[in-house]
Ligand binder design. Structure first.
Ligand SMILES: CC(C)(COP(=O)(O)OP(=O)(O)OC[C@H]1O[C@@H](n2cnc3c(N)ncnc32)[C@H](O)[C@@H]1OP(=O)(O)O)[C@@H](O)C(=O)NCCC(=O)NCCS
Length: 223
């Protein structure tokens, strides 16, 4: 069997795609090519499956795996060695640091930051009961490094999750949350302004933001 090795992707202008990237990886039941907008940067070792749609100014580190039926908005960054399983949605201006695992059925809003090594889960009783339920991360949330987010929880708009937190219940909007298991505090004044577009949106090089003011043309996002 096997699929014919034909290009199965559509990509916009000004793309920087390393030689050993696979775009439009075929799988049984796929129907649409991978579609990626303008100004993409996709680094070596990354694989993006068919039936995935990604907006403009997408940036992806090395050895990132993005599986099928995923929708990703504009100006999103996925750092090296992240895995995004199939069937998930992500808004605009989302930054995911290295070694993050996102399973199917997860929903991530606009302007969300996810720290390194964070793990999302989608099955509460694996191998004992049927069914998966992804987490929902609302707009403007910051999630620190090494956080575990349990199946089906919602993190409310604008909240900030401290490093190493176990998020095992819903988090209200605009709180500071941390601890194992998670506890909530009022948002301190110093963190109350929400995620800064000048921090989240410029495309970056190896050691941080390079000069990129083009985000001002896109922000605030229309969709
Ligand atoms: C939660 C956080 C925002 C709190 O910062 P802060 O308001 O400056 O708080 P402080 O460092 O003054 O700590 C206040 C108290 O909370 C505790 N605390 C701080 N962060 C904590 C965390 N993540 N989990 C558990 N307890 C924490 C401190 O031990 C301290 O307790 P104490 O009063 O009993 O001594 C910060 O510690 C944090 O986790 N930031 C996220 C960092 C991150 O993951 N970045 C990812 C990108 S690299």
């Amino acid at each position: 069997m096997g699929f014919p090795i034909l290009p199965f992707h559509e990509i916009g202008g000004h793309a920087q795609i390393d030689p050993d990237v696979i775009l439009g990886y075929r799988y049984p039941g796929d129907s649409e090519p991978t579609k990626i907008g303008d100004h993409a940067i996709i680094r070596s070792g990354s694989i993006i499956y068919a039936n995935t749609t990604i907006g403009n100014r997408f940036q992806c580190g090395h050895q990132v795996l993005i599986r099928g039926e995923i929708s990703i908005g504009h100006r999103c960054v996925v750092h090296h060695k992240c895995t995004l399983e199939g069937r998930l949605r992500m808004g605009n201006g989302v930054k995911i640091m290295a070694h993050v695992y996102v399973p199917s059925r997860t929903t991530i809003g606009d302007m969300v930051f996810i720290g390194p090594g964070t793990t999302f889960l989608n099955a509460k009783y694996p191998m004992r009961q049927d069914g998966v339920q992804g987490a929902t991360i609302e707009d403007g949330v910051t999630i620190g490094g090494g956080v575990t987010i349990c199946p089906g929880v919602t993190i409310g708009k604008g909240s900030f999750i401290g490093a190493g937190t176990l998020v095992n219940k819903d988090v209200p909007p605009n709180v500071l949350a941390f601890g194992v298991p998670v506890q909530f505090r009022p948002m301190p004044e110093s963190l109350a302004g929400g995620n800064l577009p000048e921090q989240l949106l410029p495309q970056t090089d190896l050691f941080g933001a390079h000069h990129d003011d083009t985000w001002k043309d896109d922000y605030p996002f229309n969709s």
